[in-house]
Design a protein around this ligand. Structure first.
Ligand SMILES: Nc1ncnc2c1ncn2[C@@H]1O[C@H](COP(=O)(O)OP(=O)(O)OP(=O)(O)O)[C@@H](O)[C@H]1O
Length: 307
């Protein structure tokens, strides 16, 4: 695991002109059921409100629903042609990738392919030299990391990113809104009951699995819209991995969007709807996660290591 040079731009002589691999389209939003709305209008008539109200209400509802449907088609995260890396090393070479809203997406690839670099670029630790990063339709390419966090972006880095010398309680409170400390702890303990027994323990003395749970809980108390998870299962016992992935699946089911990097490929694909494979800084596969589960496709795209 390498340490990022925060905010370090890559050289301008990068491969910005390369053509990104096609991205899978987010699921189409079903058309509005106009007939059902007409029925609703008829019901309203029976209740005998004013004629003006009856005429205005369905149109308002339709507009609101259309706006909501349109909003739901805007992806949680959209990268186009992103070139990024470290000082004079270009790692990502024109990466395009989409996380449809409310879904989990797995990002796979051999060691050194650039997965961590991609997550660091999305959260703002690294600034791309070309391309665009959008979150829910907002261009965040040049936004500072703390401003991305305010928009609802959360990064759980490899190594967990917790404050080891602070207690579990202090780590959780740091993520809460002023006045929301008790609610934050309650939410964290509800997700990971073991943390409730360890609130006064310093985070550095927790087991590896408990530290990973604390990192997940820290993200959870902020109710983020999009979570980037880097190697959540690294070095953990299978039973803890089960718990971590059950948690990720639950937050995904609640509508939080996820971008998962994990060497435990089967687990990552198990909760993802879409998967991408990165090799040497380029997307070589993007499609349904189930497709990647097939042996041939898996061996073709995920097997081996970068040389
Ligand atoms: N701080 C850094 N400075 C220079 N090069 C770096 C730095 N961090 C990573 N790299 C290089 O960037 C390339 C991509 O590394 P990255 O950590 O993004 O890959 P990865 O796909 O996440 O690998 P792994 O699965 O092993 O974690 C590697 O060649 C790595 O040596």
């Amino acid at each position: 695991m390498t340490t990022p040079t925060a905010g370090t731009p890559v050289s301008e002589s990068s491969t910005a002109g390369q053509t990104p691999t096609a991205k899978p389209e987010p699921d189409a939003v079903p058309a509005q059921d106009a007939g059902a709305e007409d029925d609703a209008a008829a019901d309203t008539d029976a209740a005998a409100p004013s004629a003006a109200h009856v005429a205005a209400q369905p149109a308002d509802v339709r507009e609101e629903e259309a706006a909501q449907a349109k909003e739901e088609t805007i992806p949680a995260l959209d990268l186009s042609g992103v070139v990024s890396g470290y000082e004079d090393t270009t790692v990502l070479r024109g990466v395009s990738l989409t996380v449809p809203r409310g879904t989990a997406v797995a990002l796979l690839g051999p060691n050194g392919a650039g997965k961590t670099t991609l997550l660091r670029t999305v959260c703002g630790l690294l600034r791309p030299t070309a391309g665009r990063v959008e979150m829910e339709g907002t261009d965040i390419t040049r936004l500072a990391p703390h401003r991305r966090a305010r928009l609802g972006l959360c990064h759980i880095p490899e190594g967990r990113g917790i404050f080891r010398s602070l207690t579990v309680r202090e780590n959780l409170i740091m993520q809460s809104f002023p006045g929301g400390e008790s609610a934050a702890i309650e939410r964290a303990v509800e997700a990971f009951p073991v943390l409730g027994e360890r609130l006064t323990q310093t985070a550095g003395t927790l087991s590896g699995g408990q530290q990973q749970m604390l990192a997940m809980a820290q993200a959870h108390v902020r109710s983020p819209k999009l979570i980037l998870v880097d190697e959540a299962s690294l070095g953990l016992a299978p039973v803890i991995v089960d718990e971590i992935f059950a948690f990720l699946q639950a937050v995904s089911a609640e509508g939080t969007s996820l971008l998962l990097v994990d060497q435990f490929v089967v687990r990552a694909l198990g909760i993802a709807t879409t998967a991408y494979v990165l090799r040497r800084g380029e997307i070589v596969f993007g499609g349904p996660a189930a497709e990647l589960m097939s042996e041939d496709v898996f061996a073709r795209y995920v097997g081996g290591a970068e040389d």
